[in-house]
Structures are given as C-alpha cells and as structure tokens.
Write a protein that binds this ligand. Structure first.
Ligand SMILES: C[S@@+](CC[C@H](N)C(=O)[O-])C[C@H]1O[C@@H](n2cnc3c(N)ncnc32)[C@H](O)[C@@H]1O
Length: 224
C-alpha cells in the first residue's frame, strides 16, 4: 500500500488570539458567522496574521483543497491503491476514507471542513468519509509503519519522478510526503521521520502538481 501524507497543511480555524482583529470581525460579519467558525485564510486575514507564530506556513486552505482534489481524482486512489492523510500545522490528522469525492467548489469545501473540525467525523450512509484525530507527524508515521518514507521538497536532492516512484514501489508499504503549506520547508520533526528528501524539478512547484506527477508514475508502474 502507498500512503500520501500532506504534511503541515495550512488548514485550521481562526485562532483565538486574532478573533477580535478588525479583518477577522469584518469577514465574520460578511459571512454571518462567528469568528471562531471560520477557517484561517490569508486572503481575508492577512493583517491579523502578522503576529502569528509560523505565519508564513499558515492560512491557505485553498492549497489544501487543490492538493486533495488532485490526489482523490486519480485512478490509484479510486482503485484503493493509495491512502491519503492530511496532517495540519497544529497536529491534527484528517484521514480520508475510500472513494471520497470532495466538493469541487471551494465554498462547499470550506463549509465541509469547518463541520469536520467541529464534529471530528463526516459520515454518509454509515461510511466514514473524513475523520480527525490529534496526532503529531511522528505519531502518524509510527501508526502507518511504512518500510520507507520519502519527502518531496525543492530543497531535496535532485531525482526524476520515475526513480522516486520506483523507490516507493520497491517495498510493500511506502509513504510519500508533500508539504501542504505555501512557503518555507518541512519542520525538523518531519525531516527526522523521512528516509530521503527529493526534488523533482529545479523550480519550486505547487503541491497539487507534485502530487499528480508522483501518482502518475506510480500508476504507470502498476499499469493502471
Ligand atoms: C508550495 S511548496 C512549499 C514551498 C517550498 N519552499 C518548496 O518549494 O518545497 C508545497 C510543496 O510542494 C512540494 N514541492 C514543491 N516544489 C518541489 C520540487 N521542486 N520538488 C519536489 N517537491 C516540491 C513540496 O512537498 C512542498 O512542500
């Protein structure tokens, strides 16, 4: 089995310390919601985010939406050859069930994720689609128990997509890790849990593109 971890994803509710900031209050009024019922989103809360710890990695739920859509549309996932986990900057892990179809429209995705962050599970017809647990990246790695964990980063050593896919296919259980954040690199905790760190392009790419490229080559190796 191949697992994908979208790590340190920029997905969280607006944190308490900025809920009274004017940019958050304005957004909440327009959306007719409480400030604590909004996802942190740099496109609305840029001014409020200035003082936040680790701000450059946070507040981009749109990137997470793209990354998930990219993974969940692939034959590899749809034919049960890929398990997808979303790890967030504040150490929550969202486990994606089998054959999950997420809303393509961002507004509907946002509503679903706010519901998930509050209720911890989304079910339909008795099947768990999405569930959340509190878990650090290292705890998740230990739970998955892969034979090999490969990180993808523009600061990794240069390698072709095909060779990365072959390395992942060479063992029974392998995991690849993509950053779910807009800027910066993996934290030390993530780096300590991976066996190799590869770059697949001299250019810094968007996470959804890297996901699609790696999965495509995994599919080619499996004749999917
Ligand atoms: C927008 S980037 C994060 C920015 C980071 N400075 C970077 O370039 O890796 C999101 C994720 O895409 C993946 N990524 C981006 N460019 C890559 C590259 N050239 N090779 C491999 N992975 C890449 C990494 O997993 C990264 O964490």
């Amino acid at each position: 089995m191949i697992s994908l971890i979208i790590a340190e994803s920029a997905l969280e509710m607006v944190p308490k310390e900025i809920r009274t900031h004017p940019s958050v209050r304005n957004h909440a009024e327009r959306a007719r919601r409480n400030p604590g019922d909004l996802l942190l989103d740099r496109s609305y809360h840029h001014a409020a985010m200035k003082g936040l710890r680790n701000a450059e990695k946070r507040g981009r739920p749109d990137l997470v939406h793209f990354a998930l859509l990219s993974a969940l549309a692939t034959p590899l996932y749809l034919q049960d050859g890929l398990t997808v986990y979303l790890h967030t900057t504040d150490d929550l892990v969202i486990t994606i069930g089998r054959s999950v179809r997420l809303p393509k429209t961002y507004a509907r995705f946002e509503t679903l994720l706010v519901q998930l962050l509050k209720t911890k599970v989304i079910e339909t017809n008795g099947q768990v689609l999405l569930s959340i647990s509190e878990m650090s990246f290292q705890e998740l790695s230990r739970k998955i128990r892969s034979d090999i964990t490969v990180g993808l980063s523009s600061s990794g050593s240069m390698n072709s997509v095909r060779l990365v896919a072959e390395e992942l296919r060479a063992t029974e259980n392998a995991t690849f890790v993509i950053g779910g954040f807009p800027k910066s690199d993996f934290s030390q905790e993530v780096l300590e849990s991976i066996n190799s760190l590869y770059s697949i392009s001299p250019t810094a790419l968007e996470a959804h593109l890297v996901i699609a490229r790696i999965i495509y080559d995994l599919e080619v190796l499996r004749n999917l």
